[in-house]
Design a protein around this ligand. Sequence first.
Ligand SMILES: [Zn+2]
Length: 112
Amino acid sequence: MVQSYYSKNKKEIRKYLNEYQNNWRKTLRGRIAMRVSNANRRKKVRETKDGTVTRKRVEKELIQQKSLCAICNVSLVSNKMHLDHILQLAKGGKHTIDNLQWLCASCNLKKH
Ligand SMILES: [Zn+2]
């Protein structure tokens, strides 16, 4: 069973894929691909921003969330925090304050 093989070896498979990706990023093709994808991302931010994403608004958002992760409610004061696009830019999400939320690192990385 493919499913059970994956669930039994989840950690090792993840580790292998991470290493594979890290090595790929160091190759010329990988570096080019990263450049293109970063440029595309910046372009999307530029095209969809409405001026609502300011330091003040983003801080206010964190206060409204009571400094807790929007998904698992863990405290963001003592954990790494990520500012996350609720609907990913890659999926047509906009770079606006309404589309942003604070997440802990593990929730944000699980999402993608
Ligand atoms: Zn979380």
